[in-house]
Design a protein around this ligand. Structure first.
Ligand code: COA
Ligand code: AMP
Length: 646
C-alpha cells in the first residue's frame, strides 16, 4: 500500500491540537478536556488539561464491557520456570480488581506512590494496573538493580507500599528478592508502611510480621469477598507512574508519565506505527522494569484490545536459540519488539537460522528493534531469516513511545540500514550545533525536539521541575535535548549515533558511567576513577573502569580490581554488567582537569585516535594503552593529528 506517512505528518504539523484531539477520540474519558493543550500549565504546557479518565478502565474494563471479556488479554510464558498462564480480559479484571482492593485495604489512596519490585510474572502487570485503577502512582524498579539503587528510588518516590516477590529467576540461579528488599528498606530514610509479597515456589521467603502481606492470601480473600473496586477518575494530567532512568549522576531521574496524553499516544501508535489490530497478539520481549515494558508489554497492547505476552526468559539458553520462534508460533504473535542485542545473541548461537525453520511463523508480520543502535548486520540477518520487515525505531524512557519509526501501519517507507527512519507525528526533530544553530543536512550534531513535546512524553521529573529544566530544556532554549548525537539525511531519515552524555547502553539497558564512578570512588584504596563504555559484540557496549590507587597502597592490585568489580555489582546490581577494572598510575586529563574519556574509549575500542591538543601530559595515553593491552584489550594506533580528537 502507498504510504500515508507524509500526509499524516503534514496534518499533524499543520494543526497539532486538531491531530491529537482526533486521536483522543479512541479513549474513553469520564470528563472531556477544557483545552487540548494548555501552554500555561506545567513546565512547557500540559495535554488534555481539565479532562478526567482512568487508564485501567481503558486498558481492561472497557474491553470487558465491549465484547472482549473472553479474549486472552495476557499470556505469561515462562520457559525459565517451564510454566504458562493465560488470562482473558475478564480474568485480568478480576485479578486487578482484587489486588486493587488489597491496596486500598492497606491504606493506598489516589496519589499515593506504590513501588513495584518484581520479576517477569503476571502479577507485575496486575500490580501496575491495580495502581492505575485506584489512581495510585506506580514506580516499577527493574529486578536486576541492587538494594542501594532500590533504596535511592524509595527515598525519592516515598512509596506508601511496596509490591514484591520472594524471588526472580535468572539462568542457573534463583535471585532472592526479599534480602534485597529488606536491605533497601533498611538503607532508605522513608519506610513503606506495608509490603505485599508474592511467594514463588522456586524460593519462598519469610514475611516480616506487621509489615508484610501475603499476595496470594490477600488477593484470594478479596476475591472471595467479591469486593468491587471501581476505577477512580483522575485528571488526564495526573501521574500514572514514575519510572527512574539513569541520569548523569548516581541520582536517577524520576520520569513522570501522565494518564491522558500517555493513553492517546500509545493507542495511536499501535495501529499507525506498529500496524497491529485489536484482537491480535503483540509481544514486547523486554522487562516491565524498563520503559518498553511499561508501554508495550502492559499499556499499549491492552489499550488497543490486543493479547500481550509477558515473557520470562532469555533469547538464548531458555532452553535454546529457538525460544522466540516457539513463542511466536505457539501464541500466533503478529509483531515482536525487542532489542538488537537479543538478536545478536540468537544469531551468535544459530547463525544459519536452523531453529528459525523449525517453527511456523506464518502469523508473524513485523520485527521492531529499539533500545540501542541496530547494527545493519543484525538487521540483515533478521530479514534474511524471518522474511518480514525489520524495523529499527528510536525512543527514550522520557518519550514513552517512538520519536522516529518506520510507521508500518501508515504504509512502510523504504528501509535504510543504520537509520531508525523518520520523525513521528508530534516530533519536530532537528539537529543543532553545540551553539544551538541548525546544522546542514547530513552533518552530525545534537538531536533536539522542538517544544512542546507531544502527548505521552514526560511533563517533568518527579518533584524536580528545576532538574527537568536544567537537564533537558536549558541548553537549547525552546527545544528538548535528547542527549543523542546524530544527523538527518536528505530524505529526512534520522541516524542516531551516540549519546552526548555519560550514558552507555549495555545489552539495551541504559546505565550511567557517572553512577558507576560514584560507587568506585567509595573504595578505600581508590583515589580517582573513570568509567567508559567499550564496544562489545553481544551487548553493544560494556563498562570498563580505570582506577588510580591512593599513594602508599601496597596491596595486590589484582585483588583491588576484583573488589571494585564486586562493589559495583553489590551497589548497582548485576545489570551493570561491570566486569573489568584496570588499575593505572594516572588518568589522562586536559589542562583544565577534564578526564579524556572519549580518547580512552577510542584506545580501548581499537579505533584510531589523535592526541588531544589540550592534553596535560601526552605520555598518559600510552600508559592507558599499555594497561589495556595487558588485559588483552585495545590495539589502536595513534594517528598524527588531522582532525580534533574528542
Ligand atoms: N534480575 C536479576 N538479575 C538480572 C536481571 C533481573 N531481572 N536481569 C539481568 N540480570 C543479571 C543477569 O543474570 C546477568 O548476571 P551475571 O552477571 O551473573 O551473568 C547480569 O544481570 C547482566 O545481564 P544482561 O546484560 O542482560 O546479560 P545476560 O548475559 O544475562 O543476557 C542478553 C544477555 C543479550 C541475552 C540479554 O541482555 C537480553 O535478552 N537483552 C534484551 C534486552 C532488553 O530486553 N532490553 C530492553 C529494551 S527493549
Ligand atoms: P532508554 O531510555 O533506556 O530507552 O534509552 C534511550 C537511549 O537508547 C536513547 O537516548 C539512545 O541513545 C538509545 N537508543 C534507543 N533506541 C535507539 C535506536 N533505535 N537507535 C539508536 N539508539 C537508540
Amino acid at each position: 500500500m502507498p504510504t500515508r506517512y507524509s500526509q499524516v505528518y503534514a496534518a499533524w504539523k499543520a494543526d497539532p491540537e486538531a491531530f491529537w484531539a482526533e486521536a483522543a477520540k479512541e479513549i474513553d474519558w469520564s470528563k472531556p478536556w477544557d483545552k487540548v493543550f494548555d501552554p500555561d500549565q506545567g513546565v512547557y504546557g500540559r495535554w488534555f488539561a481539565g479532562a478526567e479518565c482512568n487508564t485501567c478502565y481503558n486498558a481492561v474494563d472497557r474491553h470487558v464491557e465491549g465484547g472482549r471479556a473472553g479474549q486472552l488479554a495476557l499470556i505469561h510464558d515462562s520457559p525459565i520456570t517451564g510454566t504458562q498462564r493465560k488470562f482473558t480480559y475478564a480474568e485480568l479484571k478480576r485479578e486487578v480488581e482484587a489486588l486493587a482492593a488489597v491496596l486500598q485495604d492497606n491504606g493506598v489512596q489516589k496519589g499515593d506512590r506504590v513501588l513495584i519490585y518484581m520479576p517477569m510474572v503476571a502479577e507485575a502487570a496486575f500490580a501496575m494496573l491495580a495502581c492505575a485503577r485506584i489512581g495510585a502512582i506506580h514506580s516499577v524498579v527493574f529486578g536486576g538493580f541492587a538494594a542501594r539503587e532500590l533504596a535511592t528510588r524509595i527515598d525519592d518516590a516515598k512509596p506508601k507500599l511496596i509490591i514484591s516477590a520472594s524471588c526472580g529467576i535468572e539462568p542457573g540461579r534463583v535471585v532472592a528478592y526479599k534480602p534485597l528488599l529488606d536491605g533497601a528498606i533498611d538503607l532508605a530514610k522513608t519506610k513503606p508502611a506495608k509490603c505485599v509479597i508474592l511467594q514463588r515456589p522456586e524460593l519462598e521467603c519469610e514475611l516480616t510480621p506487621g509489615r508484610d502481606v501475603d499476595y496470594a492470601e490477600s488477593v484470594s480473600a478479596a476475591k472471595a469477598a467479591g469486593t468491587e473496586v471501581p476505577c477512580v477518575p483522575v485528571a488526564a494530567t495526573d501521574p500514572l507512574y514514575v519510572l527512574y532512568t539513569s541520569g548523569t549522576t548516581g541520582q536517577p531521574k524520576g520520569v513522570v508519565r501522565d494518564n491522558g496524553g500517555h493513553m492517546v499516544a500509545l493507542k495511536w501508535s499501535m495501529k499507525n506505527q506498529y500496524g497491529v489490530d485489536p484482537g491480535e497478539v503483540f509481544w514486547a520481549a523486554s522487562d516491565v522494569g524498563w520503559v518498553v515494558g511499561h508501554s508495550y508489554i502492559v499499556y499499549a497492547p491492552l489499550l488497543h484490545g490486543c493479547t500481550t505476552i509477558l515473557f520470562e526468559g532469555k533469547p538464548v539458553g531458555t532452553p535454546d536459540a529457538g525460544t522466540f520462534w516457539r513463542v511466536i508460533e505457539e501464541h500466533k504473535v503478529a509483531a515482536l519488539f525487542t532489542a538488537p542485542t537479543a538478536f545478536r545473541a540468537i544469531k551468535g548461537q544459530d547463525p544459519k537460522g536452523e531453529f528459525v525453520r523449525k517453527y511456523d511463523l506464518s502469523n508473524f508480520r513485523t520485527l521492531f528493534l529499539a533500545g540501542e543502535r541496530a547494527d545493519p548486520e543484525t538487521i540483515k540477518w533478521a530479514e534474511n531469516q524471518l522474511k518480514v520487515p525489520v524495523i529499527d525505531h528510536w525512543w527514550q524512557t522520557e518519550t514513552g513511545s517512538p520519536i522516529s519509526n518506520n510507521p508500518i501501519g501508515l504504509g512502510i517507507l523504504p528501509v535504510k540500514y543504520g537509520s531508525p527512519a523518520v520523525s513521528m507525528p508530534g516530533y519536530d526533530v532537528q539537529v543543532v550545533s553545540d551553539e544551538g544553530h541548525p546544522v546542514d543536512t547530513g552533518t552530525l550534531g545534537n538531536v533536539v525536539v522542538k517544544l512542546p513535546l507531544p502527548p505521552g512524553c514526560l511533563p517533568t521529573l518527579w518533584n524536580a521541575d528545576q532538574r527537568f529544566r536544567d537537564a533537558y530544556l536549558a541548553e537549547f532554549p525552546g527545544y528538548y535535548k535528547t542527549a543523542d548525537a546524530g544527523y538527518i539525511d536528505e530524505d529526512g531519515y534520522l541516524f542516531i549515533m551516540a549519546r552526548t552524555d555519560d550514558i552507555i547502553n549495555v545489552a539495551g539497558h541504559r546505565l550511567s558511567t557517572g553512577g558507576m564512578e560514584e560507587v568506585i570512588a567509595e573504595h578505600p584504596d581508590v583515589a580517582e576513577c573513570a568509567v567508559i563504555g567499550t564496544a562489545d559484540a553481544l551487548k553493544g557496549q560494556v563498562p570498563c573502569g580505570f582506577v588510580v590507587l591512593n599513594a602508599g597502597v601496597d596491596r595486590d592490585t589484582a585483588e583491588i580490581e576484583k573488589e571494585v568489580v564486586a562493589l559495583v555489582r553489590e551497589r548497582i546490581g548485576p545489570v551493570a554488567a561491570y566486569k573489568l577494572t584496570v588499575a593505572v598510575k594516572r588518568l589522562p586529563k586536559t589542562r583544565s582537569g577534564k578526564i579524556l574519556r572519549g580518547t580512552m574509549q577510542k584506545i580501548a575500542d581499537g579505533e584510531e585516535w589523535s592526541m588531544p591538543a589540550t592534553i596535560d601530559d601526552p605520555a598518559i595515553l600510552d600508559e592507558i594503552g599499555a594497561a589495556l593491552r595487558e588485559k588483552g584489550i585495545g590495539t589502536s594506533q595513534r594517528i598524527e593529528p588531522t582532525a580534533p580528537a574528542h
